[in-house]
Design a protein around this ligand. Structure first.
Ligand code: 7PJ
Length: 283
């Protein structure tokens, strides 16, 4: 029989907490992203995809113009701006939806802020030159993601003392740094960065212990959708990772993830709705 503590751990989220979980839909406009690279390069296709995600219940659209997959090539500031800013403007003028900009470049952040982005999503946690300053001059939200190393080489030999402690320590340092530079803690979201400088085992340990990141008192984001941690565990090609991605997203939500970053919006909203239906009956 399941012990009381186990049951409590699986059920400790209230219905109202679950109702606040947000689905972030991924919109890649890079020619080389691993799962949908090139598909949305065409502007009109991108807008159709946004429309579809909105009708499927997305809360935030995450626009990314730089691929961060292992070994990806660098993109120039101008190329990234040309890819993402017209799309941001078009989305903001046509739809009433929150937009997040997945970028690590201060110049792109500045443009994104000017043209109405609601969140800066930085896989380098504002460590690049000028980022803290640009973000400090605005009042938008920022997602600080943990990554060990840099995309080109991050998967070569990732090592940690204690992966959870190491990530928590990184978060504390970045939060301090943000506060010292005039970015209030209230604006921050934290993300342990699945797949960024982490082995398969590291990724599952982070997922298993995800609830420990709640200790910092900030909203948490989990981005697991279609990643190799799903594919390599299940031996599934990128197009066959939906079930695994949904299961992992739900595990993260049950441990306190406030935002899930996904490719498959409709299916993720469905999975979340099952969790919400169950949560209504909890003691
Ligand atoms: C993440 C991201 C993630 C956040 C990417 C991919 C690679 N931003 N951008 N968290 N991943 N915050 O989608 O597989 O996990 S790009």
């Amino acid at each position: 029989m399941m012990s009381n503590t186990t049951q409590k751990n699986l059920n400790n989220l209230s219905s109202s907490q679950l109702n606040q979980v947000q689905v972030m839909g991924i919109l890649n406009v890079t020619p080389d992203s691993f799962s949908d690279g090139g598909q949305f390069i065409c502007f009109n296709n991108a807008l159709k995809q946004v429309e579809q995600m909105i009708s499927n219940g997305v809360d935030i659209i995450d626009i990314g113009g730089e691929s961060t997959r292992p070994g990806a090539v660098d993109v120039s500031v101008q190329d990234e701006i040309t890819r993402v800013i017209p799309l941001l403007k078009a989305i903001k003028s046509r739809f009433d939806i929150n937009v997040s900009m997945d970028t690590s470049k201060a110049e792109v952040m500045g443009e994104a802020i000017t043209f109405g982005a609601d969140i800066i999503n930085d896989v380098r946690a504002l460590q690049n030159k000028g980022c803290l300053e640009v973000v400090a001059q605005s009042d938008i939200a920022v997602c600080l993601m943990h990554m060990q190393g840099m995309p080109r080489s991050m998967q070569e030999n990732p090592e940690y003392n204690d992966i959870i402690d190491d990530i928590l320590e990184f978060f504390r340092q970045r939060i301090d740094c943000c506060e010292q530079n005039g970015i209030n803690k209230e604006r921050l979201v934290l993300d342990p960065g699945f797949g960024f400088g982490k082995t398969l085992e590291h990724n599952y340990e982070v997922l298993a212990k995800f609830s420990q990141f709640n200790a910092l008192g900030l909203p948490l984001l989990a981005g697991i959708s279609r990643k190799s941690m799903i594919g390599n565990l299940l031996n599934r090609d990128v197009k066959e990772r939906l079930a695994g991605s949904l299961a992992a997203a739900i595990v993260a939500v049950q441990q306190g993830a406030n935002i899930i970053r996904v490719h498959d919006v409709q299916e993720s909203v469905d999975a979340l709705n099952i969790l919400k239906a169950v949560a209504q009956y909890k003691i």
